[in-house]
Design a protein around this ligand. Structure first.
Ligand SMILES: Nc1ncnc2c1ncn2[C@@H]1O[C@H](COP(=O)(O)OP(=O)(O)OP(=O)(O)O)[C@@H](O)[C@H]1O
Ligand SMILES: [Mg+2]
Length: 217
């Protein structure tokens, strides 16, 4: 589902964020991405949804080679990928409904289909009753569940999560993890970056550890 071949990422003037990365993630895997601050975790995720371009190497996402992808093809790629961030990145002046609906409206679905899908996904994350509220009326964990609902409402095969529980307490973290497990059980391939050792210490999942831009598996 995701393959990296000899990937390097340099930031000017002289920062080597990733070097000679070779990696394959199969469809349906749930992979943790860990490693110290500055190791390149966020950079790796950004390369996968074309928020950054590799300096060297080739990346395939669901068969799409990213190096030669033109700017006009990026939206097509992003339809395959849901992304969740540590700071949620919800639109603060839009209701929960609109936050989730926006990523569906760009796909050209009819209004009643959008409405049905949004209600369905919000119910599935336990927020069906909060559909008309603004983000600031929700707890951090609830806001993150809205962000996850937004990321997966158009059923992308891949979910990238960058420290999605970094701002949450333990109970909220566990809720988010349960939701991730459920999405994975439904077939979503997940790449989950985190510092939080508790989340992967006892896991049977694959753990990729980045150190100085290289993988130690
Ligand atoms: N836009 C940028 N311009 C220049 N340097 C950058 C940029 N983004 C990241 N870096 C540098 O690249 C390296 C890797 O950063 P990255 O954000 O990928 O690390 P990380 O593993 O996600 O760290 P953290 O755990 O703190 O989130 C760091 O040295 C960082 O300072
Ligand atoms: Mg990071």
């Amino acid at each position: 589902m995701v393959r990296l071949e000899g990937v390097a990422k340099h930031y000017p003037p002289d920062i080597v964020a990733l070097q000679d990365l070779n990696l394959a993630i199969a469809k349906g895997e749930f992979v943790f991405l860990t490693g110290p601050s500055g190791a390149g975790k966020s950079t790796l995720l950004k390369l996968l949804f074309c928020a950054e371009r590799p300096t060297q190497g080739e990346i395939f996402v669901d068969g799409i080679p990213l190096a030669s992808l033109s700017a006009s093809q990026v939206p097509h790629l992003r339809r395959k990928i849901g992304v969740v961030f540590q700071d949620f990145k919800l639109l603060t002046n839009r209701r929960v409904f609109d936050n989730v609906a926006l990523s569906l409206e760009v796909t050209g679905l009819k209004r009643d289909q959008v409405e049905r899908r949004v209600r369905q996904i919000l119910d599935s994350v336990g927020l069906g009753g909060r559909i008309g509220q603004l983000p600031h009326q929700l707890s951090g964990g609830e806001q993150q569940r809205v962000a996850i609902a937004r990321a997966v409402v158009n059923r992308p095969p891949i979910l990238l999560a960058d420290e999605p529980t970094g701002n949450l307490d333990r109970a909220r973290t566990d809720e988010v993890m349960a939701l991730m497990e459920e999405l994975n059980a439904q077939g979503t391939t997940i790449l989950f970056a985190t510092h939080n050792e508790r989340l992967y210490r006892h896991t049977h999942r694959r753990v990729l550890r980045l150190v100085d831009g290289r993988v130690e598996e």
